[in-house]
Design a protein around this ligand. Structure first.
Ligand code: ARG
Ligand code: MN
Ligand code: MN
Length: 348
């Protein structure tokens, strides 16, 4: 952090100058990757809870640009062209647009914050990040679920359970040809991916994780090592040289149901909000965070207070990602000078 000398009267004061924090926000109101209505309202619910205002207050060099919500067209002919992938045509249309936008935002020199929408969109946020950074990225996947089913292993056909199987090249051979997805090339290695928070993993997903030796920290590992150790071990594994741009794909269902009830596939026994925040404080402190997704907030699930709680949790996690620290805001101002005679006398 830069330091600058300022003078107040005759007193020299070290004034802290903050680096500029450039963020681009992209809303993806998409819900066809899973069956429940409402998750498309996630981006606007998070914005309405004053996301931008709270980000702006972190320090006075926050430069935030909201790119609005994405729009896309659908090629109906693609519908049902791949078995066991529900909403395929919509997925293709939306993810292509998301990838192009994320790539553009990062190339404009901003960290890209994508607000979902369901988790299927992450195959595209990661793709855009890969394209912007020449594949020099690593991924932390914070989730109760592994989301690495293929269309042959999926128990549901919901594509939000598949993005992690589409991203790495190690799983490319397990897929059929995917029409309309030629823009998407599985170029990154699963070695540069780590999971945190897992506790609901399908049997084939477990097979994939074990067969490929994927770095995976389940809830039991969080119990055993503590969250800060887990995040450090994860980062060490996926980016040993500490040089890659970090992508955090954060499914709000990684948090315990008590902390984030308004989500479509809630699983109890999850992260506390404190642990969830600390993951992002550590990610921020790497100085290499390039992109973050915050997905699966569904304002149609639960009571009004459930929704409020979930949206607030999402905002806490996002603020931590971009430099808010629970020690409080930093001030750039010196302590106010006494402008009237001191009332407390020093007794000689
Ligand atoms: N992003 C999520 N919430 N994914 C839940 C996936 C659940 C289940 N494993 C499936 O494949 O359908
Ligand atoms: Mn999940
Ligand atoms: Mn997920």
């Amino acid at each position: 952090m830069l330091q600058k000398l300022t003078r107040v009267g005759s007193i020299k004061i070290l004034k802290r100058c903050f680096h500029e924090t450039k963020i681009g926000i992209l809303g993806v109101p998409f819900e066809k990757g899973q069956p429940k209505k409402g998750v498309s309202q996630g981006p606007d619910a998070i914005r309405k809870a004053k996301l931008v205002e709270q980000l702006s207050a972190i320090h006075d060099k926050m430069d935030i640009k909201d790119y609005g919500n994405i729009s896309y067209t659908v090629n109906k002919e693609l519908e049902a062209s791949v078995p066991n992938m529900k909403g395929y045509a919509e997925i293709v249309g939306c993810t292509h647009e998301v990838s192009k936008n994320v790539e553009k935002i990062i190339k404009e020199g901003r960290m890209c914050l994508t607000l979902g929408g369901d988790h299927s969109i992450a195959l595209a946020t990661v793709d855009g990040h890969i394209k912007a950074k020449d594949n020099e990225i690593c991924v932390l996947w914070v989730d109760a679920h592994a989301d690495c089913n293929t269309n042959k292993t999926t128990p549901t056909g919901n594509v939000h359970g598949m993005p992690m199987a589409l991203i790495p090249y190690e799983l490319a051979d397990y897929w059929p040809y995917l029409p309309g997805m030629d823009w998407h090339k599985p170029v990154m290695s699963i070695r540069n991916v780590a999971y945190i928070g897992l506790r609901s993993v399908d049997s084939y997903e477990r097979l994939i994780i074990e067969k490929l030796g994927v770095t995976a920290f389940f809830m039991a590992d969080v119990e055993n090592y503590g969250i800060s150790r887990v995040v450090e071990m994860a980062l060490d594994r996926i980016d040993p040289d500490k040089k890659r741009s970090l992508h955090v794909s954060y499914d709000i269902d990684a948090l315990d149901t008590l902390e984030a009830p308004s989500t479509g596939s809630a699983v109890r026994g999850g992260l506390t909000l404190r642990e969830g925040i600390q993951i992002m404080e550590i990610a921020h402190n790497t100085g290499r965070l390039g992109a973050m997704d915050l997905v699966e907030v569904n304002p149609s699930i639960g009571s009004e207070s459930d929704v409020k709680k979930t949206v607030e949790a999402a905002i806490h996690i996002i603020l931590a990602a971009f430099g808010y620290n629970r020690k409080g805001y930093k001030t750039q101002e010196p302590l106010p000078l006494q402008t009237f005679p001191p009332t407390r006398q020093v007794i000689q």
